[in-house]
Write a protein that binds this ligand. Structure first.
Ligand SMILES: [Zn+2]
Length: 143
């Protein structure tokens, strides 16, 4: 699909329109099927602005683009993980239990805790007013 910015020569209004290809645009124009939606004139022209190609990226490029994005995200997550590992105590699957213990016993721990919890557990903790943040986690082993 190609998006063209079209301009009406009669009323000077400009608008965006989608075409399956540049040929389709030429074909429609030749047949005078292109009308200004404002004044209905068929003196509609492409503006000089370069057409923007939208979903015409090859599949390979799309995949590469996705990978590029996830690499960046992974890097960010890894930074978080490093910070958390250095500053928080790992409690594994006991996270919900440990979080409650800290909350209800009003224990002051110097370090926060981190571990795993199910979505339900996190929801319950939050309902009880216990602060719990969910962050994406990447297993080191996958690297
Ligand atoms: Zn017009």
């Amino acid at each position: 699909m190609i998006k063209y910015k079209l301009i009406c020569q009669s009323c000077k209004i400009s608008f965006d329109s989608w075409f399956s290809s540049s040929k389709e645009f030429e074909k429609l124009k030749a047949k005078k099927f292109l009308n200004c939606h404002n004044c209905n004139s068929n003196k509609v022209e492409k503006t000089l602005m370069a057409p923007r190609l939208i979903s015409n990226i090859s599949e390979k490029n799309q995949i590469e683009f996705k990978n590029l994005k996830s690499v960046k995200i992974n890097k960010k997550i890894k930074e978080y993980q490093k910070f958390i590992k250095n500053n928080f105590e790992y409690v594994g699957k006991n996270f919900a239990y440990e979080a409650r213990t800290l909350h209800y016993n009003n224990k002051k721990k110097e370090r926060g805790i981190y571990g795993t919890a199910s979505n339900d557990e996190v929801k319950e903790l939050r309902e009880e007013g216990i602060q719990a943040e969910v962050i994406p986690w990447i297993n080191d082993k996958t690297n």
